[in-house]
Design a protein around this ligand. Structure first.
Ligand code: KG4
Ligand code: ZN
Length: 347
């Protein structure tokens, strides 16, 4: 299986061995991160598309070489079709469609978020639904009840900023480089817990069982950070403490709601996926809250940030079920997760 991912600022290709009902085996994974965006403090869509265009061919070649294989041995092609930047998605999708068509190979467009759900399975062969999935990336924050692969129920989501977006914006307020998540995590390690206290937005709603019981909101937290920065008379001194307070607040809200849902559903497993899942404090806090209740499966950093291995895994699973995409498939920035039902806030 050849996987391709170009939804944002990573050009990635992967080769995966896949047999139904057996754990997938990752043969190679190449991720080329586009450094150019660091200059602008955020992803510039037009630049991302151009960089994908230059990189996609060599990245695929490299993934095949790293796997010790060639196109002759590839039996299926999976490409991210959305959500993401349409111009960026288009590059990978056109490349994958053309490759599949010219070689008469089965082809499938994959939802990027479903890819993040499949990522932990690449390193955790025992991972099986049902489980609760907390998906936290730069663009999305979703709390899902995963009854089975391909059967997802949306239980909670963010009402404003995504979790990763909040990390990135707070990093900017603190004068840190993009992407902000890793910078905040590093700085937090030097900050003292409790030096600053920030609000836990929507945490109070958990008890009431109302419509926002499992929803999130991060824009108020970001505003509270801005106020703390403005009120500081020595940001050099306070920067690490503020970063720590922000991370503690975000982690607290995310893990408390996720753990609550796991217990409400009586599940024994939870996963965290998406770029923010790289945050070690987040995984540690969820494991702590679910100790003796459920195990928490989190992939390594390479598989949590955007990568083609997770796209190959989700695509292989769908191809094995007989699903195919047609050559007319277009990229969509708002592509819905297949098999997703909106379960409102109640488990
Ligand atoms: O899944 P991803 O690679 O791309 C999207 O699909 O959005 O997620 C990127 C996001 C960025 O907002 C980045 O700041 C965040 O993941 N992130 C982190 C960490 N590493 C990456 N956030 C918190 N702590 C980290 N260690
Ligand atoms: Zn992502």
């Amino acid at each position: 299986m050849l996987g391709l991912e170009t939804s944002c600022d990573e050009t990635s290709a992967a080769v995966l061995d896949y047999t139904p009902d057996a754990p997938p085996i990752l043969r190679s994974l190449v991720i080329l991160s586009q450094d150019i965006h660091a200059v602008f403090g955020g992803v510039v869509p037009e630049l991302a598309s151009r960089a994908h265009l230059e990189a996609v061919g060599p990245v695929v070649k490299r993934a095949l070489a790293d796997a010790g294989t060639s196109l002759d041995d590839i039996e299926g092609v999976a490409v991210t079709a959305g959500p993401g930047l349409v111009g960026a998605l288009l590059v990978g999708l056109m490349y994958g469609k053309t490759l599949a068509w010219s070689r008469r190979l089965p082809f499938i467009g994959v939802n990027h978020l479903e890819g993040h759900i499949f990522a932990p399975a690449l390193e955790d062969p025992a991972l099986e639904p049902p489980f609760v999935a907390l998906l936290v990336s730069g663009g999305h924050t979703l709390l899902l009840d995963v009854a089975d692969w391909g059967r997802y129920r949306l239980v909670g989501r963010t009402l404003d900023d995504a979790a990763g977006e909040a990390f990135d914006k707070v990093a900017k307020l603190l004068g840190l480089a993009y992407p902000g998540g890793p910078a905040i995590e590093r700085l937090s390690a030097r900050g003292q817990a409790g030096q600053f206290t920030l609000p836990r937005p929507m945490l109070g709603e958990l008890r009431g069982g109302g419509p926002n019981q499992y929803n999130f909101s991060f824009s108020g937290l970001k505003t509270a950070v801005r106020r703390a920065v403005q009120q500081s008379d020595d940001l050099e001194r306070d920067r690490a403490g503020i970063a720590r307070a922000f991370q503690d607040a975000a982690v607290d809200v995310l893990t408390t709601k996720t753990a609550h849902l796991v217990e409400a559903l009586g599940y024994r497993t939870a996963i965290i996926g998406g770029g923010v899942a790289c945050n070690a404090a987040l995984a540690a806090a969820l494991r702590d809250k679910l100790a003796g209740v459920a195990r928490v499966s989190v992939a390594s950093a390479r598989l949590n940030t955007d990568n083609a291995a997770m796209i190959a895994a989700a695509g292989a699973w769908r191809l094995a079920r007989g699903e195919r995409s047609t050559p007319s498939l277009e990229p969509r920035d708002d592509l819905p997760i297949p098999g997703l039902s909106d379960g409102a806030a109640h488990p």
